[in-house]
Design a protein around this ligand. Structure first.
Ligand code: AMP
Length: 451
């Protein structure tokens, strides 16, 4: 699509978009628009930078009708206060020539001020789930007229533990409404949220292109279990001149902590860890140390690492194999930046092998496998999850062993080879990264608008 005019949007919207200097819709904007206009529920798999904010706002604003009603018609849920502010700022730019009233609500500030603002009437509320629910629960925010619900960065929201608040908000919203949900990654939690709450959503997946596959040397090791992975990792990390700046990805906070503990004694000087259970201060300190080269190894969970600006990473190590192939793409994209060659090393167990195959299918590339180094000790120690489960199939029969000690038997849910986010089912479109608008100007414009 060559211009926004082709979407047949209102003159007011078109003018505002032209003022922002946007020439044509980004792929997600182009794809989401007709689906949203048809009233369907949408699930978009897209990162920040794809233009997703305008993608979900454009149909809402196009369908927006002026009314004196003081109750909001659209609710946008985002995980953090910073994002509330950013999204409100963007909406104010998009609605420069409209009479839309937008309000951002988030915790950590006096709720009474926000209650007062709500009584003045508002069309669109952007908020974090916790504060938004509190306002709805004390009836300062009335949700009866909400026709559109957007949940942005759902993966982060669930990682931060907002599930309960989300469910509470769903309960208060009218059933007849259109839902759009955006997530950078597809996780099991996100999948559950979709199946439980969204009727027949249409899926759109946009991957940021420029994942510089050509700049990344990939390799993988078959490894029998968690603690053997620890031994292999420690063996690799000993080579300081090669492994200069290493980002280690872990699927869960628990495993991240477990790995940290296992490496702490040997590498404490070099080691940092970040995930969402660590305090903001701890996280900042770990990132700062890593970026200042005070530490060379950072263990991170997928979600927390995504928004971070980490420079000059020489190696990305996937300690586990992501179940959702695009998570692997996000991981390796953290190295090999700015024309530098980066390295990606993937560890996989027998149980994880099918996910490795899904990744290779998505990339249309077979990751070269390296032989397991002879000098590395194969551990017999198993994590709780790896231990063979004893399942009593029949109380009158003897108990039965499910699997041998080396590999745990896959859970049924893990056996499926297709998944929602997994390349196979979804056609992933490529998009380039779009820059943030110059917000300094926007505030001035907003001030003018309010006068
Ligand atoms: P988002 O993914 O919503 O965070 O968007 C990232 C940035 O892309 C926004 O801050 C916009 O400045 C920019 N952007 C959004 N849509 C377009 C477009 N159609 N053309 C150029 N830049 C855009």
């Amino acid at each position: 699509m060559e211009s926004f005019e082709e979407l047949n949007i209102s003159k007011q919207l078109l003018n505002a978009i032209t003022d922002l200097g946007f020439e044509k819709p980004t792929p997600i904007q182009e794809e989401a628009f007709p689906i949203a206009m048809s009233g369907k529920n949408i699930v978009g798999i897209a990162q920040t930078g794809t233009g997703k904010t305008l993608a979900y706002m454009l149909p809402i604003l196009q369908q927006f009708k002026f009314s004196k009603d003081y109750k909001p018609k659209a609710i946008i849920l985002v995980p953090t206060r910073e994002l509330v502010i950013q999204v409100v700022e963007q909406i104010e730019l998009f609605t420069k020539y409209m009479t839309t009233r937008v309000l951002g609500v988030y915790g950590g500030v006096n709720i009474k001020t926000q209650m007062g603002q709500l009584t003045q009437g508002v069309d669109i509320v952007v908020g974090t789930p916790g504060r938004l629910y509190d306002l709805a629960a004390n009836r300062s925010l009335l949700l009866q007229n909400v026709k559109k619900l957007v949940i942005d960065e759902v993966d982060v929201m669930l990682d931060l533990g907002f599930r309960f608040q989300l469910n509470n908000i769903f309960e208060l919203l009218p059933e007849k409404r259109q839902n759009s949900m955006f997530s950078a990654t597809m996780t099991e939690d996100v999948e559950i949220l979709i199946t439980e709450n969204f009727i027949e959503p249409e899926f759109i997946a946009i991957a940021l292109s420029g994942t510089p596959l050509d700049n990344i040397a990939q390799s993988c090791y078959p490894v029998t279990n968690f603690y053997t992975k620890v031994n292999l990792l420690a063996h690799l990390l000993k080579d300081k001149s090669k492994y200069q700046k290493v980002l280690i990805f872990m699927d869960s906070k628990k495993n991240a902590d477990r790995l940290f503990e296992a490496l702490e004694e040997e590498f404490w000087k070099d080691l940092g860890i970040i995930h969402s259970n660590k305090s903001q201060n701890n996280r900042m300190a770990a990132i700062e140390r890593f970026n200042d080269n005070a530490s060379r190894i950072l263990i991170a969970s997928d979600l927390i690492a995504r928004g971070l600006d980490l420079a000059n990473i020489s190696h990305v190590i996937s300690f586990d194999t992501p179940k959702y192939p695009e998570n692997y793409m996000h991981r390796i994209g953290r190295t090999g930046r700015a024309e530098k060659i980066g390295e990606s090393v993937l560890f996989y167990t027998e149980a994880e092998e099918e996910w490795k195959l899904a990744i290779e299918k998505l990339m249309e590339y077979t990751i070269p496998a390296l032989p397991f180094p002879e000098e590395v000790k194969v551990s017999k120690q198993l994590t709780l999850e790896e231990q063979p489960r004893i399942i009593e199939k029949n109380p009158h029969k003897k108990t039965q062993r499910e699997a041998g000690p080396g590999f745990h038997e896959k859970k049924d849910s893990n056996k499926k080879t297709t998944n929602l986010g997994g390349g196979q089912k979804l056609k992933i479109k490529k998009a380039k990264k779009y820059k943030k608008p110059i917000t300094r100007g926007s505030k001035e414009m907003n001030m003018k608008k309010r006068k």
